[in-house]
Design a protein around this ligand. Sequence first.
Ligand SMILES: CC(C)(COP(=O)(O)OP(=O)(O)OC[C@H]1O[C@@H](n2cnc3c(N)ncnc32)[C@H](O)[C@@H]1OP(=O)(O)O)[C@@H](O)C(=O)NCCC(=O)NCCS
Length: 188
Amino acid sequence: MNIEIVETLPDQHAKRVKELLRQCFSDAGLSDDERQERADRFCSRADTWRYVVALNGTDTVVGFATVYRRQIERNGASVALGGLGNVCTDPEWRHQGIASAVSAAAVEVMKHAKCDIAYLCAAVDDPGIVRLYGQCGFVPLCRPHTFFGSSGRLYEDSDAMIAPICSPAVYNAVLTSTEPFHIGIGNW
Ligand SMILES: CC(C)(COP(=O)(O)OP(=O)(O)OC[C@H]1O[C@@H](n2cnc3c(N)ncnc32)[C@H](O)[C@@H]1OP(=O)(O)O)[C@@H](O)C(=O)NCCC(=O)NCCS
């Protein structure tokens, strides 16, 4: 397995990535309203920084993630917020460490991008998922985080994990604060 970091998805991988995302994050069971809300919430395409692609021996995409980077303001100071989203592995290739390798590569990208801390949202009530992201430094935030949707609606969720990247001080401050952690406009 080979891990590649790309700024733009090459044509030969774009189709497979699209299929994989559809397969792994299907919206088939959602109502129109739910689909609309999902689009409102996950409106962070403009913050895409890089893609992480895992390729098998025949150069086929078997794992994927999007790395995000966004400047946010926290207590009057600017914070570089890294992000991990769309983490997925081809069902035929699961439980072989692909998502672990992709997530670890994403954290390295965020270090190069000088992110202070990183955020992701995940099933924090699933010990396996917490273990997956824990391997590369993420811990459950254990309190709400907020963000605006593209409509301007303020959302509050409780499924955040954060990791220190370049600033242990910002990480500790966010982790120990009692306020909801506001991540700006759009979830990922
Ligand atoms: C979750 C997912 C990305 C894991 O991919 P993977 O390549 O199989 O993951 P890894 O092999 O690196 O797994 C490492 C560890 O993560 C945990 N883990 C992996 N898949 C898991 C799952 N579906 N549920 C809970 N924990 C899981 C386990 O602790 C696993 O260790 P193990 O294989 O020794 O049990 C994959 O199942 C997937 O694409 N699911 C659908 C999309 C999704 O839910 N993405 C996560 C969004 S937050």
